[in-house]
Design a protein around this ligand. Sequence first.
Ligand code: BG6
Length: 519
Amino acid sequence: MVDIASLSQGASGSQAAWQAVEPCAFVLFGATGDLTRRKIIPALFSLKVQNLLPEPFAVVAFARKDKNDESFRAELREAVKEFAPHLPSEGSLWDDFAQHIYYLRATLDESEGYERLGDQLRSLDKHYGIPGNRVYYLATPPDNFSSIIQHLGEAGLNQPEQEGRWVRLVIEKPFGYDIDSARALNAELQAYFNEEQIYRIDHYLGKETVQNILVLRFANQIFEPLWNGRYIDNVQITVAETLGMEGRGNYFEKSGITRDMVQNHALQVLTLIAMEPPVDLKADAIRDEKVKVLKSIRPFTPEDVARWTVRGQYGAGKMDVHGKQEQVSGYRAEAGVDPRSETETFAAFRFEIENWRWAGVPFYVQAGKRMPRRVTEVQIQFKAIPEVLFARQNMAPIEANRLIIRIQPDEGASLEITCKAPGPRLDVLPVRMDFRYGSSFDTPLRDAYERLILDTVRGDASLFARNDEVEAAWKLITPVLEAWRDLSCPLFPNYAAGTWGPDAANSLLAGKCAWHFPQ
Ligand code: BG6
């Protein structure tokens, strides 16, 4: 069984790697927001239940709303019941966890609150015997990032008070809006924090199946020799969701699917599929290789954008909602959305990686909201066999091999190969060799946030994006966003909710292959 600890640590892979967590205080900005309730607190509590949190450990929730320790803890218990019902939210484990959470009522843009934060942290250090280690988690809307970073810096909370202690800062996505804003944010961060202190979240990297891409590629002899343009015809990455806006229309209007899912999650998956073997498994070695991939992708000219990208927006349609066919409204009718909005809820791209391994192999990426299924998959389409032997017989064409990496749901991978069908005739058919996490391992797959939070506490940045990586991704995507602004917008809506996107997405494939629509 794969010990992922060894992958990210470059260590021996022993359980000891998991235990190497030092006591710290965890400061949560944006503590009354959705992310805290849905992801961060359930993840912290789950780590506590698994005995993976350091001892001692304390959480300071920094937020503006009028609450106190008791009322806030009670709300969090309800959140755990709702979003992590499998966890024991009644009983001594929760009580003990909750007792270590403190609510600090303060405003993000006033220095006074940060002074009180400093005092509170010092008193918690004393009370629990925490040696001054800190994680600051920025789970606020991005408009607040600058202010928090600056105030932490000015209050002197950005660096450890003693040698040998550490201070880390976790920053949520979206990291910037385009290349200029991403650079500006990096500069603001670097004015107060060193790169080693900064953990930029892309929660896709915390998914087991995304981490498994490296293991699949580099811990098996059989794939790597074939992993290039000599044997692979094309690669497809699909990130499809059934969800519409779920009350996030305001945010999405400014973002669109390209900023929301492609610049980060889809490109992260693409770099892991395309990268060269790293020199070791440490954070920087992996990130160096990922950056090289991003830099090798052919930059989009306005002509390329017209030819190799497709935008879509969903209209009303019928789709499966919790097992029932329901009529859902179009994007323009969602709350917070302009009724004439030109924001894309679907995007497809053809990327070309201009290096020796991948020259001539198109990487197709599609991402969309309100698609028929929630599914993230990578399809490695191998080349067809030469037109000899079986292919020359008078039989149905032999399908080329495919490797499908299922990121979610039904996590696993399958390899499609050709076999002889039983019987007196020579009939050949494609069959699947299948690996499923669900049936191969007893351990349940944990939420990505658990792994990422644990890694910030352990000081392992392998699963976080580095500054140059984020900027390289924006450098690639920004010209597309700019060209879309200048090109006339397609007639939106151009796909119905519950379908696999606009017909125009097929034109990207130029008749060479077909989109793989996950089953
Ligand atoms: C987030 C996006 O980063 O990822 C959301 O902002 C999206 O719009 C979500 O729904 C998808 O995450 P997952 O883990 O459900 O695939």
